[in-house]
Write a protein that binds this ligand. Structure first.
Ligand code: HEC
Length: 178
């Protein structure tokens, strides 16, 4: 049936040659065809990597790049294991591999402070589940320590403005106090 239907539509202008055929005088037809073509193209492209959907085996199949494990302390490496085992990779990519449901974590410590990362992990939010009940304190510490090393390997760490101020004023106090 689809083949016959499409063939009929292709033959239609040949069989019935009356009516307006010029493209510029048939905006509705041009618009319909354009919308259909663009939608098919966009959805076909999105369907090849489904960014809205977690990749359920990324935590077992996508390894953390070796460069992100080099020069890390044992605690930070433990955190890398927590990241895999808690299946964070299903939604978060590192080194271009993993889910795209959440933002890539390669440079997360370049724009989030340790406190902000802890809050995001424990409370979730913005379509991320809360992990407060799924992580014990030592797992959380290791995980966050590892995440704070992810700065794309060369970005400056994000600075907590209030802590920075507290540290510098504390530092200056002895000289300013008589
Ligand atoms: C179901 C998918 C999902 C899982 C699983 C998941 N996250 Fe997320 N995560 C998200 C989404 C979506 C966001 C974006 C939240 C927002 O926009 O506010 C996010 C945001 C984040 C952020 C902030 C990143 C940034 O650049 O703003 C961090 C850090 C983070 N997640 C860590 C984790 C960790 C650690 C785990 C595992 C314990 C985890 N996530 C598991 C979906 C997920």
């Amino acid at each position: 049936m689809p083949v016959l239907g499409i063939a009929a539509m292709i033959l239609l202008p040949l069989l019935s040659g009356e009516g307006e055929k010029h493209v510029s005088r048939r905006p509705a037809a041009v618009l319909i065809v354009t919308v259909i073509a663009v939608s098919l193209g966009v959805f076909t492209h999105l369907g090849t990597y489904t960014p809205w959907s977690p990749i359920m085996n990324a935590w077992t199949s996508d390894p953390i790049p070796v460069s992100y494990l080099r020069n890390r302390t044992p605690l930070e490496r433990e955190g890398a294991l927590v990241l895999q085992n808690k299946q964070c990779r299903n939604c978060h990519s590192i080194g271009g591999e993993g889910g795209l449901r959440g933002p890539a974590l390669d440079a997360v410590a370049g724009h989030m402070t340790e406190d902000q990362i802890i809050r995001q992990v424990l409370q979730g939010g913005g379509n991320m589940p809360a992990y407060g009940n799924a992580l014990n304190p030592s797992e959380t510490t290791a995980l966050v320590k590892f995440l704070t090393t992810l700065r794309g390997n060369d970005l400056q760490p994000a600075i907590d403005a209030s802590r920075h101020l507290a540290l510098t004023t504390e530092h200056k106090l002895p000289s300013s106090v008589p």
